[in-house]
Ligand binder design. Structure first.
Ligand SMILES: NC(=O)c1ccc[n+]([C@@H]2O[C@H](COP(=O)([O-])OP(=O)(O)OC[C@H]3O[C@@H](n4cnc5c(N)ncnc54)[C@H](OP(=O)(O)O)[C@@H]3O)[C@@H](O)[C@H]2O)c1
Length: 248
């Protein structure tokens, strides 16, 4: 049986690129999405057209019961989960910190932090050698924002990604003896739809000249790093953080 991978937020952007590359590398892919059904189905169709195996599953990662159903659906279609990418993430309109209200802060934390927490819990329960699982590998997608704090844009988002980093540092060391490797990829400025959600679709082009490599990144460049950290080639990496930022 081919190894099965769940990629959250795989209908678009970095998640979609990771799903397509994972299928090329022989994974059966669970393409999770929240609401953009058409986009998720397009990702699945492109994988199947190339001879791969993929299934779309809708679930809001911030909801614990939906995450359990996501893992059940993936396992029913693809077999036991051996890899997970906690990629689903949101940000909201660029704002100064003083204009970010508590409701918004909670929304961002619900998806970015609690979503990652929910999926980690579910995966660890199913993968742990001590609980009858076969082990596995997990990558949590953080952001360069965890380092910079994203002043005048989205301090709430940056704080959520710092929480992901710290959660990963702890959980990676707890579950390594149980056959599960957890690591982090931190993208920089990548060409995806996310910047439009912040109110500035052309944000990456505006910032490109300040990036040491003088350009924004492509989702595939992040996907390559994620898949390396999931592969046996990185088998001694635990709790590592790989920046894919063009030098920012
Ligand atoms: N783009 C960048 O420059 C950049 C930089 C640093 C870090 N990152 C991180 O990389 C990850 C992917 O970002 P991206 O730019 O590819 O984003 P994107 O293009 O905006 O896509 C976001 C994806 O997440 C899904 N999603 C959002 N909320 C969800 C929820 N509650 N449950 C399940 N799925 C949910 C969306 O599903 P629907 O399509 O159904 O809405 C979509 O598939 C995020 O964690 C982001 O923070 C991105």
């Amino acid at each position: 049986m081919t190894p099965a991978i769940i990629i959250t937020g795989a209908s678009r952007g970095i998640g979609a690129a990771t799903a397509i590359m994972a299928a090329e590398q022989g994974y059966g892919v669970c393409v999770n999405y929240r609401s953009d059904r058409d986009a998720a189905h397009r990702v699945v169709e492109s994988i199947v057209e190339e001879g791969g195996n993929a299934v779309p599953v809708s679930a809001d990662v911030s909801q614990q019961e939906e995450v359990a159903a996501l893992f059940d659906a993936s396992e029913a279609a693809l077999g036991p989960t051996s890899a997970l990418v906690n990629n689903a993430g949101i940000l909201e309109l660029q704002s100064q910190f003083k204009n970010i209200d508590a409701k918004r802060f909670r929304r961002v934390l619900e998806t970015n932090v609690m979503g990652t927490f929910n999926c980690l819990q579910e995966a660890i329960r199913r993968m742990s050698l001590s609980q009858g699982g076969s082990g596995g590998a997990i990558v949590n997608v953080s952001s360069v924002a965890a380092r910079t704090g994203s002043p005048y844009e989205y301090v709430d988002y940056a704080a959520s990604k710092a929480a992901v980093d710290t959660m990963t540092a702890g959980v990676a060391r707890e579950v390594a003896p149980d056959g599960i490797r957890v690591n982090i990829v931190r993208p920089g400025f990548i060409y995806t739809d996310m910047h439009a959600d912040g109110g500035e679709p052309e944000r990456v082009d505006r910032l490109a000249s300040g990036i040491p490599l003088q350009r924004g990144g492509q989702p595939e460049e992040v996907a390559t790093a994620i898949l390396w950290l999931l592969s046996d080639k990185s088998r001694y990496a635990v709790g590592a953080s790989l920046d894919v930022t063009g030098g920012v």
